[in-house]
Write a protein that binds this ligand. Structure first.
Ligand SMILES: [Fe+2]
Length: 340
């Protein structure tokens, strides 16, 4: 009997290749607390990747603590599994529902905030979002990213500079936004070409200018599983009005950010958690037909809004120092002393 068992065990060991059973933990009494130690011991026994071991050690510890703290019921667990399965099988024009689920829980915003932390003087970053595409209009200084009739007129201008105030010439700026209906060009069934998106370069003084439309707040798709969750939590699906920007120049870190319009009702409850107060901008109405005509608006008699904003880029060294400090500060506040 025992030799049959040994034979079976060695056959399975051969199937598992590098798994060395001799490194596995000794018999442990399984309980609602000791199971964590058991999982960690088995995970770590044969894994040679230190980062993987660390990440999974923390993941298992937090997951188990969450289950213990909430005393999750079997019914709740089954509901959660069904929900995750459904989210994983559904996609919308915003992408996978599973990605959106993490988004409404603030996970991508947190990861982005950590990995794109900037020094105090530089413009802060925000998530890229699902609607950046390379196919965009190439603009000259002052051109429009939007066709006539896509929304209220807006004139965007400013300077790209470094943290010491030196202008950054020839920086490449990508700008994109939703039209007045709150939809990006990529969301339409038929997309004839780029709309409400364009790229341009700063001039020798680091200045940039383009025409656009006043952004509007829009909801993320709320018909699916994530929408039901938002509803259960008593949350709305809206993102506050914003203009997306991506700015890049040799010698500087690429900046991906969003500018949010002051006064938007969803500024403090963005469903994607992108808003940082330093990224909120005021729009100024311009009721000056001569200036409107000079700026190239189709109907100069219409009031246009002006958005003036300088963009400050960090060097890779400044960015790295900011992220190192952020990580140290976070660890201190967590009082764990953990290293990544
Ligand atoms: Fe957006």
């Amino acid at each position: 009997m025992s030799s049959t068992l040994n034979l079976t065990a060695s056959k399975h060991a051969a199937q598992h290749g590098k798994v060395d059973l001799s490194k596995m933990p000794k018999m442990m009494e399984m309980s609602a607390t000791s199971i964590t130690e058991q999982v960690l011991a088995i995970n770590n026994a044969n894994c040679s990747d230190e980062r993987m071991k660390f990440v999974f050690e923390r993941l298992v510890q937090h997951l188990h603590d969450f289950v213990r703290e909430t005393f999750i019921t079997t019914e709740e667990w089954v509901t959660a599994i069904k929900f995750l399965t459904e989210a994983g099988q559904t996609s919308t024009d915003h992408g996978q529902e599973s990605v959106m689920l993490l988004g409404i829980l603030g996970v991508p915003a947190l990861i982005d905030t950590m990995n794109n932390a900037k020094p105090p003087k530089a413009t802060e970053a925000a998530v890229l979002g699902p609607f950046f595409i390379d196919d965009a209009h190439d603009l000259a200084h002052g051109d429009s990213i939007a066709s006539e009739g896509k929304g209220e007129y807006m004139y965007v201008h400013g300077k790209v500079a470094d943290t010491k105030g030196n202008p950054v010439a020839n920086a490449l700026i990508n700008a994109w936004e939703a039209d007045e209906t709150g939809s990006y060009d990529a969301q339409y069934e038929v997309r004839d070409g780029p709309e409400c998106r364009g790229r341009l370069r700063t001039n020798k003084d680091g200045k940039y200018a383009f025409r656009a439309v006043v952004p509007v707040s829009y909801p993320v798709p709320a018909e699916g599983t994530v929408g039901k969750l938002l509803d259960t939590l008593g949350r709305h699906p809206f993102r506050p009005a914003h203009l997306h920007l991506r700015v890049e120049a040799p010698g500087y870190e690429k900046l991906i950010t969003q500018l949010y319009i002051n006064g938007d009702p969803y500024l403090t409850s963005d469903t994607a958690f992108g808003v940082k107060s330093s990224l909120i901008v005021d729009l100024k109405p311009v009721n000056d037909p001569k200036l409107s005509a000079k700026r190239g608006f189709g109907n100069p008699d219409k009031v246009h809004m002006e958005l003036e904003r300088d963009i400050i880029l960090a060097t890779p060294e400044e960015g790295a120092a900011a992220r190192k400090k952020l990580h140290e500060d976070m660890l201190k506040s967590m009082k764990t002393g953990l290293k990544r």
